[in-house]
Design a protein around this ligand. Structure first.
Ligand SMILES: N[C@@H](CCC(=O)N[C@@H](CS)C(=O)NCC(=O)O)C(=O)O
Length: 87
């Protein structure tokens, strides 16, 4: 099973939708709250090549974007393939 990490903030509807999507697939994930952590948030911008919104989601350390990105990956079947890869 892949390792899924969701960087999120407290008041974030897109973060909640991302969590619900993984919940619906029965996929476990780690959450990292960056609400009051500007340092980690700055690192996140670096790691994602400049993305400033939350959530930012990593599957096996690969940045896959936010909620709408994983939704698109799910529709194309790519998300399932990525989640099947071991961490
Ligand atoms: N298309 C993005 C939209 C993400 C988005 O707009 N997130 C909001 C919070 S729910 C955000 O980051 N706003 C700016 C901020 O919080 O600094 C996604 O699906 O993840």
């Amino acid at each position: 099973m892949a390792r899924v990490v969701i960087y999120r903030t407290v008041y974030c509807p897109y973060c909640d939708m991302a969590k619900r999507l993984f919940d619906s697939l029965g996929v476990e994930y780690e959450q990292i709250d960056v609400t009051e952590d500007p340092e980690t948030r700055a690192e996140l911008v670096q790691r994602t090549g400049g993305k400033r919104t939350v959530p930012q989601i990593f599957i096996n350390d690969v940045p896959v974007g936010g909620f709408t990105d994983i939704q698109a990956l799910q529709r194309s079947g790519e998300l399932e393939r990525m989640l099947a890869d071991d961490a």
